[in-house]
Write a new protein. Structure first.
Length: 275
């Protein structure tokens, strides 16, 4: 069950975000009191993390700018709030591209300003996509003139939630060897291809390819062998059902819209557990 009466909103829009599925997914999580440390290695927008009350958490992601933003919100949410303020709450197309240029010029810098720019770009970009080219430069076009930026209360609530969390930037495979029997791991990786052209993998310049989905399975299987409770979110595809047929597969009564070849396709989602 969700302990918070009021949901904590993620500070980002993120592909595959679980805000709409929170109530459906939550009953399949064990009671927080039975979990020593909660691990989420594809943290993204962090809906489940933000709305669960685990004693300790370990959140991580390969996207260093995403992790930098979590770290800066944890340390000083007031400063982040101040840096994301816009005149009249609006951003022009030219201002957007100016921020994007600044962000790309400092792509190896992990400062408060970069964290603020990360939020501004995410909230005012087209469809809230985070996508970079092979040079590691953010290249999403302008989309929202009046972005729904996080309030000071949003950031303070997130900062409070992060107080008992360790925040790291590394690949999801590093979870092997970190989690123990009394812990819980939630895996929410980028989706496998829905079609030959639909890849949800543009979060870093190294991308997330189909063979990475095999690595996810190996991590899941290893955690199962170590008796570490693990929950996985995936789309309802024949490949996924076949791969995880030895585990507990739960079909959610919800659909997600995804784009493929310019068309929108609705797919069901699954929760897969090893317990």
């Amino acid at each position: 069950m969700i302990q918070n009466e009021k949901k904590i909103k993620p500070f980002l829009r993120w592909a595959g975000g679980k805000q709409k599925q929170l109530k459906q997914i939550s009953p399949y999580f064990p009671n927080e009191d039975t979990v020593n440390t909660y691990f989420e290695p594809f943290i993204g927008g962090g809906t489940l993390f933000l709305n669960k009350d685990f004693k300790r958490s370990y959140i991580s992601d390969v996207n260093k700018h995403l992790i930098n933003t979590y770290e800066k919100i944890k340390k000083n949410p007031e400063r982040i709030y101040k840096e994301i303020q816009l005149e009249d709450g609006k951003i022009s197309e030219s201002e957007y591209y100016k921020i994007r240029d600044e962000f790309n010029k400092n792509k190896y810098s992990y400062t408060y300003r970069q964290a603020a720019n990360f939020i501004l770009l995410n909230k005012s970009s087209f469809n809230g996509i985070f996508r970079v080219n092979k040079k590691g430069e953010y290249n999403v076009p302008f989309g929202e003139a009046k972005p729904a930026l996080p309030s000071i209360n949003d950031l303070l609530n997130i900062s409070k939630k992060l107080e008992s969390s360790e925040i790291q930037s590394h690949t999801f495979e590093r979870i092997n060897g970190l989690a123990n029997q009394d812990d819980l791991v939630y895996l929410d990786p980028p989706y496998p291809p829905i079609s030959q052209t639909a890849f949800f993998q543009h979060y870093t310049k190294k991308r997330f390819h189909l063979n990475d989905q095999e690595k996810v399975f190996l991590v899941f299987e290893n955690l199962a062998n170590e008796n570490v409770r693990t929950i996985l979110s995936y789309p309802d595809l024949p490949l996924i059902r076949k791969t995880y047929e030895d585990y507990n597969i739960i079909e959610l009564s919800t659909f997600r819209s995804v784009r493929s070849k310019g068309e929108t396709t609705k797919i069901k989602e699954l929760i897969i557990r090893n317990f």
